[in-house]
Design a protein around this ligand. Structure first.
Ligand code: PHE
Length: 504
């Protein structure tokens, strides 16, 4: 920017300040106020602008002052009441009632001589202690400070803080902070000053300016878009909501329909329908939250329950031997906070008829497990679930869907490992490569639902590709949250500063 451009950008107030500083080494805000006739606010604002533009320097000097109050001054002249009291005591006067009449500010003096252990009191008589006697001749630290202040010494640093506090509490001194601001021209300011014309430029267009064509011979001050401005925090969705919506979009773009369902569900849907035996360790209290209210959930129609029961007990018509135990319908009614969104897949398949196929469904939702809480484990977390149901769907396709999903989440490199789930065969675990941490992150499980799951629910055995993926670690990573617990703290600063998720 050349000098002329810079001058054009100056607000009238800035120009006035500049002009006022002509030939001056520096001026205080007060002096500038007088010279520019600007009010304090406008002056401060304009000098800040000018500072940002590099034409002014503002030096701030903060000084702490200690001043005597009126009472303080009085004591400097007449002595501290406690000292005066000591002096009279030394002369032999002892009785409280007569001292009260003779000594000025006796009550205050009495408070302090007692506090300082300078006297003892017995039967209305004051008796000097050795400490009290000693103090008569000494200059007390309080006295020293008071007289120094009287002489105008205000170098507060040399004063004893405790005594200062004491004196302030007694109302004898007052501490004040004075800010002195000196404004001066920078080299750039000095350079452009000679070219400065105090001709008002147009800062805001008005009908008058347009009608009378005043703009023809006046300069319109351009906007300076490089100047800092106040930060605004526009409203936006919580970043977890943004990620959830993005995930919903990934699946719907691939032709999936969304499935939703209850967070609190009967064990039947969370476990039994998934061919998870009733003595399976994951169903243990130590892992699963069982609900007291409602304690029991509803079971679906009795035929479906019967099929699930026989599958658990003897394999029904699925070609398997089953788990070989007595299945308990009561136990399957117990309500749980769903431990995975796979409960929704079970519910969805149970609603399907063979003629609806092929179908693809997804879910995003919260799940709950009884974990020991720490920075990377919470008792609740998110999963995104998916199923692809149809004759002829393959394991390769399952891998394809998962790779596609994680690529869209920003992790194009994925690897698959064999896994185990009671409801799938084959089963597979998915890991994605984290390029910055240079490590594999385990993000979910998947597989093809076993006939023991599909046949009782759907009536026929059709391959179902299924997965359940976590994305808590991805949220942490994307938003630089170092502790999962912070996701639920609603820290305003973090929420404001969270970037808008634009996908990858
Ligand atoms: N439900 C499994 C979990 O929570 C994930 C999964 C879903 C595995 C579907 C296989 C099939 O870890």
């Amino acid at each position: 920017m050349n000098d002329k451009e810079l001058l054009n950008r100056l607000h009238d107030h800035e120009k006035r300040i500049l002009k006022a500083l002509e030939g001056e080494k520096s001026l205080t805000i007060q002096e500038l106020q007088q010279l520019t006739q600007l009010n304090k606010d406008s002056l401060e604002k304009a000098s800040l602008w000018a500072k940002v533009k590099g034409i002014l320097k503002i030096d701030e000097e903060i000084t702490e002052f200690i001043e005597l109050t009126k009472e303080g001054e009085e004591y400097v002249k007449e002595g501290l009441p406690e000292k005066n009291l000591l002096k009279i005591l030394e002369k032999g006067e002892k009785s409280i009632s007569s001292l009260n009449k003779k000594v000025k500010k006796f009550n205050i003096g009495l408070v302090w001589v007692r506090k300082n252990n300078w006297v003892t009191i017995q039967k209305g008589q004051l008796e000097l202690t050795t400490k009290g006697r000693k103090s008569i001749k000494e200059q007390l630290p309080e006295e020293k400070i008071l007289s120094q202040l009287r002489e105008g010494k205000q170098n507060t640093k040399s004063f004893d803080k405790i005594i200062i506090e004491k004196l302030e509490k007694r109302g004898l001194i007052k501490q004040t902070i004075k800010k002195k601001r000196e404004v001066s021209l920078t080299d750039l300011g000095k350079k452009i000053l000679p070219k400065l014309e105090i001709k008002e430029n147009i800062g805001q267009l008005s009908p008058k300016i347009l009608k009378e064509k005043l703009w023809k011979n006046q300069v319109i001050r351009p906007y300076d878009v490089t100047l800092p401005s106040t930060k605004i925090n526009p409203g936006k969705k919580h970043y977890i909501t943004q990620i959830i919506e993005y995930i919903q979009k990934i699946w719907t773009d691939m032709g999936f329909k969304e499935m939703t369902g209850p967070l609190i569900d009967a064990s039947f849907w969370n476990f039994d329908a998934l061919y998870q035996p009733q003595d399976h360790p994951a169903r243990d209290l130590a892992d699963t939250f069982y609900m007291k209210t409602p304690e029991k959930g509803k079971l679906p129609d009795s035929q479906l329950v019967e099929r699930v029961k026989s599958t658990h007990e003897n394999g029904w018509t699925t070609g398997s031997l089953g788990w070989r135990y007595k299945w308990d319908p009561e136990f399957s009614m117990k309500t749980v906070l769903r431990t995975h969104t796979t409960s929704l897949s079970a519910r969805t398949i149970a609603k399907l008829k063979p003629e609806d196929l092929p179908v693809k469904y997804f879910a995003v939702g919260r799940c709950f497990r009884n974990e020991t809480l720490d920075w990377k484990h919470l008792a609740e977390f998110y999963q995104t679930e998916g199923i692809v149901v149809g004759e002829g769907v393959t394991f390769r396709q399952l891998q394809g869907y998962l790779k596609r999903f994680f690529t869209k989440m920003g992790f194009p490199k994925a690897r698959f490992r064999p896994g185990y789930f009671p409801y799938t065969e084959m089963s597979m675990e998915i890991e994605v490569w984290h390029p910055e941490h240079k490590q594999w992150m385990e993000l979910g499980g998947s597989g093809i639902f076993r006939p023991e799951v599909v046949k009782p629910l759907l009536g026929v055995d059709v391959p179902v590709l299924a997965w359940g993926l976590g994305f808590g670690r991805i949220i942490m990573d994307k938003y630089k949250v170092d502790d999962l617990r912070k996701l639920y703290l609603s820290d305003l600063k973090q929420l404001r500063e969270a970037q808008v998720w634009l996908g990858v």
